[in-house]
Design a protein around this ligand. Structure first.
Ligand code: TXA
Ligand code: MG
Length: 334
């Protein structure tokens, strides 16, 4: 990371409800600059997907390894079809059922998508987001937007504009503030290029949801060879980490709590015990949707409070919790 990337901009954070901020975003994107934009999952760091120079900036600003491909955001099936060279029936079925929404489909890339976007691979991820601000900007730009989560590489994905600013201030010209993201964890990624549709990253759209409309759907085996062009680079274990050490509480919960030092924060679905400081106890919603929406924000808050470690109460074992459990188990590997 060069210093010039870090110090280049006096980053503006503007309310996305102001129509001028949308046209400012459109102008910057048209000139090949980057803009952080809210989506229904997490904030994205967007660039014109058809501009190699703009896309290269994303990798610079995030410190993202060149072997980790980007998701291309589109406003319609037609725009998605412009980015891919094949559109199988499964893609139609998934688009009908889950777009706009938190589902990214991997398909063979078209010539319009450069190798930088796909990390040299022959496939591209496309997603049609449902967030009205992202939709507005896509509509105004008329070109697709490559957008990874708007965090530094390997750090927690931001679900509020202030968390984008914490990580990317000075590195980009504009952050659009659209409030808190509704879903809170990244989209489900499904690969449609093999024999059987395969989930590469779990998300709120689950294996069960996908099987209901597609029939057989697999979940990819976990891979962790950092130096290869991975089938699923997002599965790198070190992803989604806060600075604090994350411990998933196993064994007796009471015993664990009794042994903790002062600088440990606790994330649990129970209310704060009488003998505990409310500043270091983060009570979470008991539903998957509620928990997913708050978990990255809570990890961010622990970092902001300079927690040394974070103890997380184990989650329910039901499959609907798989995506959240997946993110937390990655966060626990430092
Ligand atoms: O919800 C989301 O998907 C958010 C918002 C901003 O849309 N975006 C996001 O992007 O999470 P990112 O770059 O943080 O994660 C993209 C994931 C990575 O794990 C990447 O490896 C995987 O998708 N991916 C992208 N293109 C791929 C491809 N062609 N083949 C396999 N995996 C791919
Ligand atoms: Mg990410």
């Amino acid at each position: 990371m060069t210093k010039s990337v870090e110090l280049q901009f006096d980053t503006e954070i503007r309310a996305a409800s102001d129509p001028n901020s949308i046209s400012q975003a459109k102008n910057l994107l048209g000139k090949g600059q980057l803009v952080a934009i809210p989506t229904e999952t997490v904030y994205g760091l967007a660039a014109n997907a058809f501009s190699e120079e703009a896309v290269a900036r994303i990798f610079d600003v995030k410190g993202r390894p060149a072997n980790n491909p980007l998701i291309v955001h589109v406003s319609s099936v037609e725009m998605a079809q412009d980015c891919v060279s094949a559109w199988p029936d499964e893609a139609d079925i998934l688009a009908e059922n889950f777009w706009p929404g938190p589902l990214s489909m991997i398909l063979p890339k078209s010539e319009k998508i450069s190798n930088i976007v796909t990390a040299g691979g022959l496939t591209v991820a496309v997603r049609c987001p449902s967030h009205s601000i992202m939709k507005d900007i896509l509509g105004q730009c008329g070109f697709p937007l490559a957008a990874p989560s708007a965090n530094l590489s390997n750090r927690v994905s931001p679900t509020k504009a202030e968390y984008v600013a914490d990580q990317l201030s000075g590195r980009i010209p504009l952050i659009l503030d659209g409030g808190a993201c509704q879903i809170g964890i990244e989209s489900t990624v499904i690969d449609l290029t093999g024999q059987t549709p395969t989930i590469l990253r779990l998300g709120l759209i689950s294996q069960d949801h996908l099987q209901e409309v597609l029939g057989d759907v697999r979940v990819a085996a976990f891979e962790n060879e950092a130096n290869e062009m991975l089938k699923s680079p997002g599965q790198l274990q070190s992803h989604y980490s806060p600075r604090a050490k994350v411990i998933i509480g196993e064994g007796s919960w009471e015993d664990l709590l009794n042994k903790l030092n002062k600088n440990t924060h606790v994330i649990a679905c129970e209310s704060v015990p009488n003998n505990w400081s409310p500043d270091t106890w983060h009570e979470m919603p008991k539903t998957v949707r509620g928990y997913a929406k708050k978990i990255y924000e809570t990890l961010n808050r622990c970092d902001q409070a300079n927690a040394e470690s974070i103890l997380i109460q184990p989650l329910p074992l039901e499959s609907e919790w798989d995506a959240v459990r997946d993110r937390l188990s990655r966060a626990s590997i430092n």
